[in-house]
Every structure is written in C-alpha cells, then in structure tokens.
Write a protein that binds this ligand. Structure first.
Ligand code: APR
Length: 239
C-alpha cells in the first residue's frame, strides 16, 4: 500500500474511455462499444481517410454532436481528478486517451490529450489546429493560410504517433504515483506507461471496472465503476 503521500508527491494519471462511460459515452471494446459497431479500418486509420473521407467525417461529426448533447456531463470520476489537481497543483499531470472534453469541463487544467480531441480540427496543409464545435466535411476548408486546404479530425488514428510523448515520458520518469483509470490496456504506447513509471520507482495504481490487460504490473488495484473507485481512492489520498 501507499505511504507518504503529501502535497509534494508527483502524480501522473492516465485515463481511458471507461471514465466517461457513466457520462453516456461509449467505450471502444466493451459490449456494444464503438469498435463493435464500426470497423477501425473504415473510420480510424489514415488509409480510411484517404479512401473514403466522407465515412470518417461522419463518424467524428456524430461523436462531436453526441459529446455536446445536454445528457453528456462530467461525472464524479472526472471531478475527483480535478480535485486532486487542485490539491497538488503543478505536481499533477493528467494524460488522457479520451478525445472528449469532460476532464476540462470538470475543472482539470493540466491535461494532455495524447489521442487528440473531437472539438478541434487540423488543416492538412499548414497543420494548424483550430477549435470547432461544428460538423465539417470534404467541402470544408480552413482559412488559416494562403493555401486553403481540407481539414481533418484532430484525432490520432491507428498507425499514427500519439501526441506529447516527450512530455509524457519525462513525467512518467519523475512520478511518485502513477494511476491508470478506465482503460483496457490494449493500445500502446499508453498500455506501456505502467511499466515505464514502475521502472523509475512509481507506485502504480489501477482503477478500473475489471482487471486490464496489464493488471499484473500494478502494485495496487481497485475494481468497480469509475464514479466510485476514483473518488474513493482520491479521498483516501487527501484525507
Ligand atoms: N468505470 C470504470 N471502468 C469502466 C467502466 C466504468 N463505468 N466502463 C467500462 N470500463 C472499463 C472497461 O472494463 C475497459 O477496461 O474501461 C475500459 C475501456 O477500454 P477500451 O474500450 O479499450 O477504451 P480505452 O482503453 O480508452 O481504449 C484505448 O483505443 O481505440 C483506441 O484511440 C482509442 O483511446 C482509445 C484507445
């Protein structure tokens, strides 16, 4: 078990789709998850976008619209992580694989979206990223440069390099505690963060509905819904 937690402890948290499940957003690999209803090869690869951009635009337009529905709101898991950041300030870093904005809506500030974000798009020519809440498609062009070009979802697709890897590696190397919450541990490099942090001496904690692929690498695990296990664990830290 963990001992010696205080305001100067450095905490790195990795979240995945499981933290947003009780907010009404589908996970990827659970029953009726996004990858049960859509083929990855059709909607989430650079090749799919080249072959049939319309299908890809529609997939992300739907997900963006759903994210903005009044029913989708941050839950107790998101709020608990924002509270931990408020306590630790700069000693806290949240890395999320999620492309939703529920962490920010709960008050989290130090958030790295390693797989991109639904509420932004990227110009194919300048690579400039802009916020958007609107649908867009093949006919939508950006006005960011002299060479107005097509825009693409600002999402890291399979086969592409996740974002912020240098910052993430540095944070993992310096972490006293690494917490993984709501992720199945199927997708690298995020699935390997527990080994990376553990190698440098972090106490590694898994908070998930069920044991993830890499469960044996964690020194402590709590299984249950994110809205319970995350607040409970954080309350046990900030007594
Ligand atoms: N509370 C906690 N955990 C939950 C809950 C819940 N209410 N509901 C589901 N889970 C857990 C599942 O048990 C599973 O282990 O969340 C995990 C979700 O796993 P995935 O669907 O694989 O999602 P994630 O790990 O975020 O996927 C990683 O894969 O497809 C890519 O880019 C996509 O970022 C995504 C990446």
């Amino acid at each position: 078990m963990l001992s010696g937690f205080n305001k100067s402890s450095k905490v790195v948290v990795l979240t995945g789709a499981g933290i947003s499940a009780e907010s009404g957003l589908k996970t990827f690999r659970d029953n009726n998850g996004l990858w049960e209803n859509h083929r990855v090869e059709d909607v989430a690869t650079p090749e799919a976008f080249e072959r049939n951009p319309d299908v890809v635009y529609r997939f992300y337009n739907q997900r963006r619209a759903q994210l903005q529905s009044p029913d989708v709101k941050p839950n107790a898991g998101h709020y608990a992580l924002a509270k931990l950041e408020e306590y630790l300030e700069d000693n806290f870093l949240l890395i999320t694989q999620n492309v939703d904005n529920l962490h920010e809506r709960a008050g989290s500030k130090r958030v790295l979206h390693m797989h991109g974000e639904l509420l932004s798009h990227r110009c194919l020519s300048s690579q400039i990223v802009k916020s958007t809440t609107e649908d867009y498609d093949e006919k939508s062009h950006c006005d960011c440069c002299d060479n107005p070009s097509m825009i693409r979802p600002n999402i890291v697709w399979f086969g592409e390099m996740p974002m912020f890897m240098d910052e993430i590696s540095e944070a993992l190397a310096n972490a006293d505690i690494f917490i993984s919450a709501g992720t199945s541990g199927n997708v690298y490099p995020a699935a390997g963060f527990v080994q990376q942090a553990g190698l440098y001496g972090a106490h590694c904690v898994e908070l998930n509905l069920e044991p993830s692929q890499g469960f044996s690498a964690f020194s402590e695990s709590h299984y249950g819904p994110a809205t319970q296990v995350i607040p409970n664990f954080i309350e046990s830290l900030i007594k």
